[in-house]
Design a protein around this ligand. Sequence first.
Ligand code: ATP
Length: 365
Amino acid sequence: MATLELASITKDFGAHKVLSGIDLAIRDREFVVFVGPSGCGKSTLLRIIAGLEAATSGRILIDGQDVSDAAPVDRGISMVFQSYALYPHLSIFENIAFPLRVARLPEAEVKAKVARAADILQLTDKLALKPGQLSGGQRQRVAIGRSIVRNPKVFLFDEPLSNLDAALRGEMRVELSALQRDLDATMVYVTHDQIEAMTMAHRIVVLNKGRIEQFGSPMELYHHPATRFVATFIGQPNMNLIPATVAGTGAEGLTVDFHDGTRMTLPVDPAGAHPGDRVEVGVRPENLRLGQGLAMRLRVLERLGGTTIAYGMLADGLKLCAALPGDTTVHEGEDVGLTFTPADAHVFDAQGRVMRRRQAPALAA
Ligand SMILES: Nc1ncnc2c1ncn2[C@@H]1O[C@H](COP(=O)(O)OP(=O)(O)OP(=O)(O)O)[C@@H](O)[C@H]1O
């Protein structure tokens, strides 16, 4: 297995700058997920790593070796696509064996490698069948099997689960995570689905408009989003953003006024903020609870059992979402108060950058 480094990668399609200055160091045996909205450049970046697309500038190093100008087959990578790309007239065995046939490996070696991949992917009893006789999830496993037999340094996946239904996607997420551990492989995985990113990645790259917004572990991104974009992209339901005006700054942090006149002091570093500045206070639905605070009219309740998702509106029309305990006795149309612990709030400046959390004062010895 191998490390993967990207240095100052850019990509222009004519006048359209699709990637700007991507720097990234992926560790050996790491599962890294590229996530971002449609058109942010994640597939282009993966295709550049694979050698299917040339970067406009920048370098790619696999295990310390510069492969920027190497042909795809010489990079030691293997890519699994959304569309499976199986040969319908070939058996599952021959589909998995395909790259080994191209490399003209001896029959005994082909049999051994295919048998091992089939065993890992639970396809042993399907080897004589044709792709048309398999389910979507099984076909995707065949495509992964074809990747495994090549014994690549780095596995690349381009939205491999998006053709599957929700239940199968959930199953395959677990299987892919287990596969990554079993193979001890370096994997790069592209998706627009933040749940896939959160559940499978060791570290997530959040891409937006061809730039990296943040690179970190799922929990780092969830608890410490660097930008408003990351904050609202990661976490389900989405983080609420409540506009507020800075009322004052002090040792305790930043004091803000919400539109309904509610005032709160939030424990963030107020350096650079001035009274009158507009900010947004981000609060995750799971951090909101009923209590004296913002006045919200409940519009829709989704009772999921363990949790009740409450959608409502503040007097100024701002929509909010709160994840309340499942048995909460509230009704659609009711006016409720919502509050949160100041330490759970994220504050974003007018540029969408997070204001740093204030360091907790050191305890006296
Ligand atoms: N061959 C090409 N020629 C011109 N523009 C392209 C080409 N390939 C991609 N683009 C543009 O580059 C941008 C990024 O595309 P890319 O496929 O990398 O996005 P993505 O983040 O993977 O989106 P999606 O999730 O929709 O696949 C898009 O605006 C797309 O239109």
